[in-house]
Design a protein. Structure first.
Length: 432
């Protein structure tokens, strides 16, 4: 698997030395008390036990009694979407939709997510604006448009032909081999980092169900054949029903998104093919207010939330590789680390949940050379909390409990003033 392009934010020229904190480095190793982390030019220079003397020129920030972790990665978001706001959103001008998406990006960063994968609904302008420091948000990898057959999950037409929503900067419908080739080539040309397919129907779509099979295995394999000629963009499959999950894995997807009704055969296939599960529990376990969503969506949510609770827990118990993703947009934005608490609720240990949201997610996105763990050479993406998440991970669910966020060496959140007291300013944008 090729290494992916790293979405940049401007590097910080601040030379930091963080001392005294407990370090959970994302590798799964035991935490290190009294750790020292040195960062310069946006990257980690040293992470380990306290050294005898501070490096020359470093600004020392005393974080004794605090816990430092890698910046989290949300592998499944929809920044421009809010499922309970669709009717109002339809009436808005595109400019307002863009500003609302930018606000969602900032909320996501403030929750402790320094990198995210948007799996449908925004174009590369969001990625470029964050990379240029025009707005604050996580580094982005983009799918641009989720693909499905006519009548599938990303066909947003009612039976009478009325369009119910448009998340697609590129026509998402693929019915033939030629459709697949043309659409994938267009996505790659436009700047897709990942290709998303819908191998099942869904909960939020009006004309199908999670049990329906969408994009078949042979079309998934054809997509892999096409992307192998380019940057090797991996395939992520929206896959909720048991048969469509197995179609996705047999076709060679890198990740199964949702996986609500994965059966024992599907679990065995995931283990055999080393496929990631991104369970989106923040969405799966949440039943929305029936007054805010169509009745078909509410009824499906009630049914499939119960299924997901049982079958995703079975996949966890079997040892399937997990990367955290929320499906924010289907659930609220800005509370992304609630996903870690949900993962613990369904059977992961707190350490496993942290690794799933850092190291594993970076590996899934092919960014593990630069992100996912607190190690020398990696980008200085960190969060700071004043509690022990290994003893109780639930406080991560509230963004106000993430007191400090560092992205590429920039202090983007300093709610307790720990960095300001050492003379390190918080940046309004990545450009300062």
């Amino acid at each position: 698997m090729q290494t992916a392009l790293l979405p940049q934010v401007p590097a910080s020229d601040t030379h930091l030395l963080l001392t005294g904190a407990r370090l959970i480095d994302g590798t799964g190793n035991a935490p290190l008390d009294g750790a020292e982390i040195e960062a310069a030019d946006g990257r980690i220079v040293y992470a380990g036990p306290s050294r005898d003397a501070p490096p020359a020129g470093a600004t020392v920030v005393d974080l004794a009694g605090k816990t430092i972790m890698p910046g989290f990665i949300d592998a499944h978001v929809h920044l421009a979407m809010s499922i309970e706001d669709r009717a109002a959103d339809t009436a808005r001008f595109m400019s307002e939709r863009v500003f609302r998406g930018a606000l969602n990006a900032r909320k996501t960063l403030m929750a402790g997510v320094t990198t995210a994968r948007d799996l449908g609904g925004i174009d590369p302008g969001f990625r470029a604006a964050i990379a240029a420091g025009l707005v604050q948000g996580p580094r982005l990898h983009l799918a641009l448009t989720p693909l499905s057959p006519t009548g599938g999950h990303s066909d947003h037409h009612l039976p009478n032909g009325t369009q119910t929503g448009d998340l697609s900067p590129i026509d998402p419908i693929i019915d033939t081999d030629d459709d697949v080739r043309r659409t994938v080539r267009t996505l790659v040309r436009t700047g897709a980092d990942v290709i998303k397919v819908c191998t099942t129907g869904g909960v939020s779509s009006p004309s199908d169900t999670p049990d329906d099979v969408g994009v078949p295995a042979e079309h998934v394999a054809l997509i892999n054949h096409e992307t192998a000629k380019r940057a090797g963009q991996p395939v992520a499959a929206h896959a909720q029903g048991a048969e469509g999950i197995k179609e996705a894995i047999r076709g060679g997807v890198r990740s199964v998104e949702h996986g609500y009704d994965i059966d024992d055969e599907g679990i065995a296939l995931m283990l055999e093919h080393d496929t990631f599960l991104v369970p989106t529990l923040s969405s799966a376990l949440r039943v929305p207010d029936p007054a805010l969503v169509p009745d078909y969506l509410y009824q499906k949510k009630v049914k499939w939330s119960a299924i997901a609770r049982e079958r995703v827990a079975a996949a966890f118990a079997a040892g399937v590789k997990v990367a955290l993703g929320t499906d924010a947009g289907i659930c609220p934005h800005g509370v992304n680390l609630r996903e870690a608490a949900h993962a613990v609720e369904l059977g992961l240990s707190p350490m496993q949940a942290i690794v799933a949201g850092t190291k594993n997610a970076a590996e899934l996105m092919r960014l593990d050379a630069d992100l996912g763990t607190v190690e020398a050479g990696k980008l200085a993406d960190l969060i700071v909390v004043d509690f022990d998440p290994l003893a109780d991970i639930d406080p991560l669910a509230k963004p106000e409990n993430v007191r400090g966020v560092v992205q590429g060496g920039h202090i983007v959140k300093d709610a307790s003033g720990w960095f300001a007291s050492a003379g390190v300013p918080t940046t309004g944008t990545a450009l300062g």
